[in-house]
Design a protein. Structure first.
Length: 364
């Protein structure tokens, strides 16, 4: 499934992009006046293979949740149980992501891809694979590959088979959401400790030093921060992951939610549906997706610039400019949801704005 998904990813359609550029030149606005929205809409035309591209509706957020063996190294002050507890909160509609999803009209799908502690939810709330109500959310998909990763400072976080299973879970979730009609996918994540593997992935794929890409996550103190940098460096020294082998990198220093997000991104790119990236966990997964298939970057839209320094290093490596920069560092998909109206606006212009000719407005 991974290989066929990667093989289906191709370049942007140049003639659709030329048509979008030409249309922009005829719309009733000074050329270039919509700034970053113009190249974004051109790229979405190239992704769709036509101009105008479809409006990115309906929107679907997929929140992948997992736990981390490296939690044992004291890289975060939060207990691991918070991952499972927040799943309960997502399903009850009480998290920030739910508030923003209601505002944006987006569905919420929560995927347990590797939570370590028992979920505080009724198993009857668990949707079966292939559920046709994928866009009705919030719903839970049970797809636990293993109860958290292993401690990457001691051994590889995952076997290659486990990493593949998580990637393929992400591929399957994207397929389900797109088959149910989603016009854009938004990345979400939940996992206490997951900014540590995100930093390790970013260092591995970009070659930037761990001290430059490791951040304070949920807000760790100076002592924990120093330990976190040492932990990331120790894991990279131990495994020396090869950035040309993305499955190997994900297995050595990744997380189950990072791997699943890489799969979601690859699957969206293969189906030529845009994927709106959230914060540092999403962009670390995007680096893995780009290592599997460089053309996958064509489907990625960077929703926001996370406060985590690794996010900026990853976005630079991907050549993506974030749409908004508000100092957010929550995850869950919250930054992507806030950016969604910008993406919709960029496309709506190509559908609805009059041309100089049709509106009888004089050109310069
Ligand atoms: O999205 C981000 O950029 C982001 C930045 C900092 C923290 N987070 C969230 O906080 C959790 C991980 O933080 P930590 O300090 O436990 O590694 C995890 O649930 C993430 O979704 C997310
Ligand atoms: C409360 C809480 C909510 C979160 N949402 C995403 N990561 C989180 C981490 C914590 C600790």
């Amino acid at each position: 499934m991974l290989e066929s998904t990667v093989a289906a990813i191709g370049p942007l359609d140049e003639s659709a992009m030329a048509a979008a550029r030409e249309l922009h030149g005829r719309l009733t606005k000074p050329a270039g006046s919509l700034g970053a929205l113009e190249p974004l809409s051109v790229r979405l035309a190239g992704l769709a293979g036509g101009c105008p591209p479809p409006l990115p509706e309906p929107a679907a957020v997929a929140i992948f949740a997992g736990d981390h063996g490296v939690h044992a190294q004291g890289v975060t002050p939060w207990p691991q149980e918070v991952t499972a507890q927040m799943i309960g909160n997502f399903l009850a509609g009480g998290a920030v992501v739910n508030a923003f999803a209601r505002q944006a009209g987006a569905s919420v799908t929560v995927v347990d891809v590797g939570v370590a502690t028992p979920l505080p939810v009724d198993p009857a709330a668990t949707a079966a694979a292939g559920d046709t109500t994928a866009l009705a959310g919030p719903r839970l998909v049970a797809a636990n590959v293993r109860p958290g990763t292993r401690d990457m400072t001691v051994t590889a976080a995952l076997t290659r088979d486990e990493a593949r299973a998580a990637v393929e879970t992400g591929i399957r979730i994207a397929q389900e959401l797109i088959d149910a009609g989603a016009g854009i996918l938004l990345t979400g994540d939940m996992g206490i400790g997951n900014t540590t593997p995100a930093a390790a992935l970013i260092a591995a794929f970009t070659g930037v030093d761990p001290a430059q890409v490791t951040g304070r996550g949920t807000g760790v103190n100076d002592e924990t921060y120093r330990r976190k940098v040492d932990v990331v460096r120790a894991a990279l020294d131990r495994h020396a992951p090869d950035p040309a082998d993305p499955l190997g990198v994900l297995a050595a220093v990744g997380g189950l939610e990072h791997a699943a997000l890489a799969g979601l991104i690859l699957s969206a790119a293969a189906r030529r549906v845009p994927v709106l990236l959230d914060g540092v966990i999403a962009v670390s997964a995007a680096l893995a997706a780009a290592a599997f298939a460089p053309d996958a970057v064509g489907a990625m839209v960077a929703g926001h610039r996370s406060a985590e320094p690794g996010a900026t290093a990853a976005l630079r490596h991907l050549g993506l400019d974030p749409l908004i920069d508000l100092g957010l560092r929550l995850g869950e998909g919250t930054g992507a949801l806030l950016a969604l109206p910008v993406v919709t606006g960029a496309v709506r212009v190509l559908h609805e704005v009059a041309t100089f000719d049709s509106a009888g407005v004089a050109e310069k």
